[in-house]
Ligand binder design. Structure first.
Ligand SMILES: *Cc1c(COP(=O)(O)O)cnc(C)c1O
Length: 368
């Protein structure tokens, strides 16, 4: 059954194969007589699901052995508090604010730590990235936070900053919610990465934290035990009941990712090539058109979230209605930015982006 192409920013489209497999296993997982939702998280069956999910993710993202993979709850927004509770020691922490998400992060961290603005792109209305060489880093910061892909403004770091080269020993914290597993990660530059699962990994309810060993064990006394990374790690992400069904769905997505190939590449490296091709197709079309415009600087355009505007905003409703009728769903932009946004995560095939471009071209012709 062909389904429409879904451009939602999140919760977002998942691979049909994954949804189908979950449907097939819904009432009876692998002959256990139980749905995954009905299993004890301490049982042998769920133990297998958990272990393969963590192992597959470590392999896919090439996560080094000195990093823990934590499956938590609370979403990206809860991590805005949980990270300072665990890492700040109440002292100074630096933020680079490049859009709505990092703005939320600094605001929340300020409740627990001395949060300092190291750089901002507010003067370009969040359409550029401040060069790392210009960041005003505190000498004694306990970490430096960036949002490596700003989902709403469509800005992405195509290279993570090398804090050591900037004279800082602070660990880099990245909110990679909306581009995790879309590209490889240079873990030598990262201390902690977090992300909600609902953009690129699975359904909502699961929050991924990847944290370097030496950053555990410094939580503030006020940190809830269930959110103390050391406690979560020591208990294999089972200090309390984890979001079992979301972990299972993410695990199926990891297996799907491992099966993906592009030429000699597989897994995340294959996805990265596909994501580059998808993003270029859409940006090239937008840049060549007279009706559509994307305002983000060329060197930091997101491969995952493509905000764009119709030069004649009076056409917005007709554009969206026509898109829906053509099987192209959830293209409306975020209310804070307006216009349109096409989120083209891993589960969006090249054919989906081609279908969108075809629709946009036809729409432009009929309105010209
Ligand atoms: C979606 C998103 C979040 C918010 O995650 P929740 O799970 O809703 O808390 C945080 N950061 C980024 C970059 C996101 O895209």
């Amino acid at each position: 059954m062909a389904r429409p192409f879904n451009f939602s920013a999140g919760p977002a489209a998942m691979p049909s194969e994954v949804l189908q497999q979950a449907a097939d296993e819904m009432l009876d997982w692998h002959g256990s007589g139980m749905s995954v939702m009905e299993m004890s998280h301490r049982g042998k069956e769920f133990g297998e699901i958990m272990e393969s999910a963590q192992g597959d993710l470590r392999e896919l993202l090439a996560i080094p052995e000195n990093f823990h993979i934590l499956f938590m709850q609370g979403g990206g927004l809860a991590e805005n508090a949980i990270v300072p509770l665990n890492l700040s020691r109440g002292g100074p922490v630096d933020f680079v604010v490049t859009g709505s998400w990092s703005q939320k992060s600094i605001k929340e961290a300020a409740r627990y730590a001395k949060a300092t603005l190291a750089a901002s792109n507010a003067n370009s209305n969040h359409t550029t990235l401040p060069a790392p060489g210009s960041w005003q880093l505190s000498a004694d910061a306990h970490y430096v936070h960036i949002c490596s892909n700003e989902t709403i403004h469509g800005i992405e770091f195509h290279e993570l900053p090398d804090l050591k080269a900037l004279g800082s020993n602070a660990p880099l914290v990245i909110d990679f919610s909306s581009h995790v597993a879309s590209r490889t990660v240079d873990w030598s530059r990262v201390g902690l990465a977090f992300g909600g699962a609902q953009k690129n990994l699975g359904p909502a309810g699961l929050t991924l934290v990847v944290v370097r060993d030496d950053l555990l064990g410094h939580a503030l006394p006020a940190c809830p035990s269930a959110f103390d990374y050391k406690t979560v790690a020591a208990n294999g992400s089972m200090y309390n009941t984890p979001p079992t069904f979301s972990i299972y769905m993410a695990g199926l997505t990891f297996q799907w990712l491992k099966r993906q190939t592009e030429g000699a590449l597989s897994g995340v490296a294959a996805m990265e090539q596909r994501n580059i091709a998808k993003a270029s197709l859409l940006y090239d079309f937008i840049d060549d058109s007279a009706l559509y415009v994307n305002k983000v600087a060329l060197d930091c355009r997101s491969r995952m979230n493509v905000p764009f505007f119709l030069r004649d905003e009076a056409l917005n409703d007709a554009f969206l209605a026509g898109a829906k009728a053509a099987g192209l769903l959830q293209l409306k932009g975020h209310k804070s930015v307006g216009g349109m946004r096409a989120s083209i995560y891993n589960a969006m095939p090249l054919e989906g982006v081609q279908a969108l471009v075809n629709y946009m071209r036809d729409f432009e012709k009929t309105r010209a």
